[in-house]
Design a protein around this ligand. Structure first.
Ligand SMILES: *[C@@H]1O[C@H](CO)[C@@H](O)[C@H](O)[C@H]1NC(C)=O
Length: 212
C-alpha cells in the first residue's frame, strides 16, 4: 500500500518545477534594462564562454585627469557573466600622487589588492568615526566594509596598480565631493549643511563643474 505512494511521490518530486529550475548562472542580457535584482538573464542557449571572460582590465586606465587616477570596471554592466553571482571586480590605476577621493559603495563590501606600487588606503567607521589607515605594498590587501566612506592615495614614487573586488555584482558609487560640488546644490545650502566657507565651496564647484 505505501510503496506505490512512495514511488508516485518520488516521480512527482522529480518532475516538480523547483527541481527542474536549478540555474547555474544568469548571464546579463544587456539589451534589457537592469532591475533592482540585476539584469534579466540571457537565454542559456545563447550563452557562450565569452560571456564568462572579460579582457577589459588588461589595459592601463588613463590617469591624465584632475585626480591622476583611473578606475576600469568589470561590474555587471561591463561583464555580463557576473550578473546574479554577487561578485565583481575593477582595476585601479594611480599615477604618482593619484587619489581616489573619499567615496562609498552603498551596496557592497570591497577587497583591494595591490599589484604594483604603494597605496595609502583608509576608511571611516559610521558609528564612532574612527579612521582606519594602512599603507599597502605589492601583494597587500585591505577590506572596506559595506557603505563606509574610504579612499586610496598613491604615496609611492612609481605608478600604482590595484584590483578591487566586491561582494556584489554592482556595488554602487557615491563620491562625496561630487555629491557636494559637482551638481546644482545651492552654495548657501552646502554652506549651511557642511559649515564650509562659501569661497571654498565656489572654488570646488568651479573645479568640478557644479553650479548655483
Ligand atoms: C588621456 O586623457 C587625456 C585627457 O582626456 C587625453 O588628452 C589623452 O589623449 C588621453 N590619453 C590616451 C592615451 O588616451
Amino acid at each position: 500500500m505505501y510503496l506505490p505512494y512512495f514511488f508516485l511521490f518520488s516521480i512527482l518530486l522529480a518532475l516538480s518545477p523547483s527541481s527542474a529550475l536549478v540555474q547555474d548562472f544568469c548571464v546579463a542580457d544587456l539589451s534589457l534594462p537592469p532591475t533592482p535584482a540585476g539584469y534579466p538573464c540571457k537565454k542559456p542557449s545563447k550563452v557562450t564562454a565569452d560571456d564568462f571572460a572579460f579582457h577589459g582590465l588588461a589595459a592601463k586606465g588613463n590617469t591624465s585627469n584632475i585626480i591622476s587616477a583611473a578606475v576600469t570596471p568589470a561590474l555587471d554592466a561591463q561583464f555580463p557573466g557576473v550578473n546574479g553571482l554577487g561578485i565583481s571586480i575593477l582595476r585601479i590605476d594611480l599615477a604618482v600622487g593619484g587619489v581616489i577621493p573619499l567615496h562609498t559603495h552603498p551596496a557592497g563590501s570591497e577587497l583591494v589588492v595591490v599589484i604594483e606600487g604603494t597605496i595609502l588606503v583608509g576608511f571611516i567607521s559610521s558609528f564612532d568615526n574612527v579612521v582606519y589607515i594602512k599603507t599597502l605594498n605589492k601583494g597587500d590587501i585591505m577590506v572596506f566594509p559595506q557603505g563606509l566612506v574610504h579612499f586610496q592615495i598613491n604615496t609611492g614614487k612609481t605608478p600604482a596598480l590595484a584590483f578591487a573586488s566586491f561582494g556584489t555584482q554592482n556595488p554602487g558609487l557615491q563620491i562625496i565631493d561630487f555629491a557636494l560640488f559637482k551638481n546644482d546644490f545651492p552654495t548657501e545650502l552646502v554652506n549651511k549643511v557642511t559649515f564650509l566657507d562659501v569661497a571654498q565651496i565656489k572654488k570646488l564647484k568651479g573645479v568640478l563643474g557644479g553650479t548655483n
